[in-house]
Design a protein around this ligand. Structure first.
Ligand code: ADE
Ligand code: ZN
Length: 326
């Protein structure tokens, strides 16, 4: 198809991608075999049959247990490398990738094994694929602020490998304000910051306001229901805040891809772009997300080019590097 070819050929940055969300069933089986782990499911189809999510909580209930197959630095390398190969096919030239260290350290895997495995894939992506890749450490917001702070301290020896910190997992009852101190410390340590404000979670407009007014993060992940508050949209636009939206993910964890909201932000001149979130679970990589949104909302090539340009504008690139892409 013309649209798919155009999108694949469009250079783009991916800014909202959870490495643990790129675990394809085939790799899950391969890693389970290598690590001597017995899985409950017997086939790829059986695994996929468990992907009938109705909300974020039902997704997370499948997502975290799957990570048990990730045990060694080599496993983390293999996971990230498989994603980066796919990213290359999708026209991604720059990727800022989330990882969830607490989902691994809490089950006995060392922080060092997680980060060294991922880092090796980052280095190899630059030399073999020409993709500049970065790592963003995400804190799990359903864990305590103390656990996040001790994870931040664990990360400090590796700070030159981590461009920023984020906040993910279950948002209900876990507002941005809970992590104000952790994020203030992360900023003082030189990390850039972003936070998930998931579209289906109660209190989300208030959470978006906290991120903008109280935390002062550099980006917001999802956050599309900011459209409910035009004054907040104007504020976000004035600050040049990036919104990392994920259409296919939205259609899995809610009843729609939120195309109306995404396009409203695009038309308003807000730095919104398209990403894949957890592509192994939500039925498509980043190019599929551009295509799905374009088909749903009737976007033309100019709109797609604008979305890709926004991905570089919102990326954590130096001005010199950004200029290479725009
Ligand atoms: N962890 C992985 N994907 C996530 C998402 N979309 N929202 C919150 N936590 C996540
Ligand atoms: Zn996400």
């Amino acid at each position: 198809r013309d649209l798919a070819a155009f999108v694949a050929g469009l250079p783009k940055a991916e800014l909202h991608l959870h490495l643990e969300g790129t675990l394809e069933p085939e790799l899950k089986f391969a890693l389970a075999a290598r690590n001597g782990i017995q899985l409950a499911e017997k086939s790829v189809d059986e695994v996929k049959a468990t992907y009938n999510f109705t909300d974020l909580t039902s997704f997370l209930a499948v997502y975290y247990p799957a990570m048990q197959v990730l045990q060694t630095a080599e496993d983390f390398f293999d996971l990230a490398w498989a994603y980066l190969l796919r990213a290359k096919q999708n026209g991604v030239v720059h990727a800022e990738m989330f990882f969830d260290p607490q989902a691994h350290t809490s089950r006995g895997v060392s922080f060092a094994d997680v980060i060294t495995g991922y880092r090796r894939a980052v280095v190899r992506a630059q030399s073999e694929l020409g993709i500049s890749a970065e790592l963003i450490l995400c804190f799990l917001r359903d864990f305590t602020a103390e656990h996040a702070m001790s994870t931040l301290m664990e990360a400090l020896p590796y700070r030159h490998w981590i461009i920023g910190v984020g906040l993910d997992s279950d948002e209900r009852g876990n507002p941005p304000a809970k992590f104000a101190e952790v994020f203030a410390r992360a900023k003082r340590e030189g990390f850039l910051t972003t936070m998930h404000c998931d579209i289906d979670q109660t209190g989300s407009i208030d959470h978006i306001r906290q991120v903008i007014e109280d935390i002062g993060a550099d980006r917001i992940d999802h956050g599309t229901n900011i459209v409910e508050d035009p004054e907040l949209v104007a504020l976000a636009k004035g600050k040049g805040l990036g919104f990392t939206t994920c259409p296919l993910s939205n259609s899995f964890v809610t009843d729609q891809m939120k195309a109306t909201e995404i396009v409203a932000l695009l038309r308003a001149g807000v730095r919104v772009m398209v990403n894949s979130d957890d592509p192994a679970y939500f039925g498509g990589y980043v190019a599929d997300n551009y295509v799905a949104l374009a088909e749903q909302a009737g976007l033309d090539q100019t709109d797609l080019v604008r979305l890709a340009a926004n991905s570089f504008d919102a990326a954590w690139l130096t001005p010199t590097r950004r200029a290479e892409y725009l």
